[in-house]
Design a protein. Sequence first.
Length: 450
Amino acid sequence: MTLPNRGPAPLSVASSGDLPATADIVVIGGGIIGAATALELARAGHGTCLLEKGIIAGEQSSRNWGWVRQAGRDLRELPLSTLARRRWQTLSDRIGPDLGYVECGIAYVARSPEQAARHQAWVTEAAGHGIAAEILGPERLTAIAPGLARTGLSALYLPGDGRAEPQNAAPLLAREAIREGASIHQHCAALEIETDRAGISGVRTERGRIATRCVIVAGGIWSAPLLRRLGVDLPQLKVLSSACRTASLTTAQGTAFTPCLSLGGVALRHRADGGVTMASSATAVAELVPDSFRHMRAFLPGLRSMLPGLKLRLGAATLREAGWLFSGVALEHSLTRHRIMDPAPDRRALRQVRLRLAESFPALADLEEVQDWGGLIDVTPDVIPVISTVGTVPGLVIGTGFSGHGFGIGPGAGRVLAELATDQRPSVDLQDFRLDRFGKGQRVQMQSWL
C-alpha cells in the first residue's frame, strides 16, 4: 500500500488583506516559533506582520512528534521549557481543547545501566532548576505502560510533561494573533532583509516591500540562507525526521501505555483522533550540502555522537544550495518554488519502528498505519537554538535552530523573542543561546542525557 507523504493537514488560517507598507516588527516564518512570537507582539500592542512563504505550520511545525517536554532536555533549555509550559497552560485555557494540550507525562525507558545512570544524573541536575522528575522502577513503569513486554526496566519520568496536536497548535496561535491585530500573509516569501546605516530598514517580499526597523527571523531551515545575504553566518544544517500515525486504537489497546513514551527504537504518543504517532530518534538522514562542509568543524562533536544512526546522502538539495552561494536570485527562486518542503520519509527506518513496536507492545503489533511523512529539522552544532540579537545588524533578532525541540518550547521562545525585539528584559537568561557562541575560537558545548 502506498501511503501519502504529507503529515496531518494543518488547520487553515485565513490570510490578512493587503500587505502593509510599514510594520513595527516583521516576523519571517509561520511555524510554531513565528506564530507564538506574533501572538505575543500583537497582544502587547505592537504593529506586527508575519510572512510565510507557504502555509502556517506547513513544514516541521505540523510534522513533529507533538511532545511538550522538559524530561531529558539540555540543562540550558530548562528555564525556557519551564516558561513554555506555563505558556502552554495559559494558551490551553484561552483556546480550548482543539489545542490538544494534555499533561499526560513523558517517560524515557533506560536500555542499559549506563543510560539509567545518565537519567539519574539528569534528575539530580534538574532538581536544581525546580523540576521534579523521578526514576521509575519496574513496578511503577508497568503501572503507566502495562502493555510493555519487557520487565525489569527503569525510566526517567516527568508527570507534568505532555503533548499537543502539531497540526493545530501553530494555526490556532496564528488565528489568535490575527484577533489581536497581527497581519499574517501566507504564500508571501520574504526574499531579502534590507538594511541602511542605522540597521534594518525593511523586508522585500514577492508582493512588495515592507518598511520596518525590526525583523525576527524564525524561518526554520530557511533561516541560514536568508541571514547569509545580510553577512550573518549561522551554522545550521537540516536533518530528515520520519514519523507515521495509526488508525484509532481499540479501548483495550488504548490502555497499553499512558504517557508519551520513548524506548529508543520507537517513540509513541496518543493522538487526539484516537490513533498513535510513532517515530524514532535512533536514526536520521542528512543531505550533504555546501554548508555541511563550511560548518564541518563546528558540527564534528555532534556528528561523532550521531554516527551510529546517521545516514549521509547526496540529493537535489546539494546542487540547489550550491547555487544559493553564488546567486541571491537562486535563493529567491527556491523560496517561491518550494512553498512546502515535503520530503519522502525514510520508510526503512519506519519499518524498524514497527518491528520495535511489535517487540515492545505485542498488543499493538497489528495497528494499521494510515499515513507516514518526513520533515526537515533545523539543527545547530550544540543542538540548542539560537535566540539572539546581532550586534552588527541593529534591529535583527534570530529565533531558529531549535533542533527538534521547537514545538514544546515554542510558546516560551515566542515570549522571549518578542521581548528581545521590543528591548525588554527577557523572561529567562538567554546567554547560552547567543549567536556569537559559535564565533572563532569558541568550543561547542554538547550535552547528552538520553
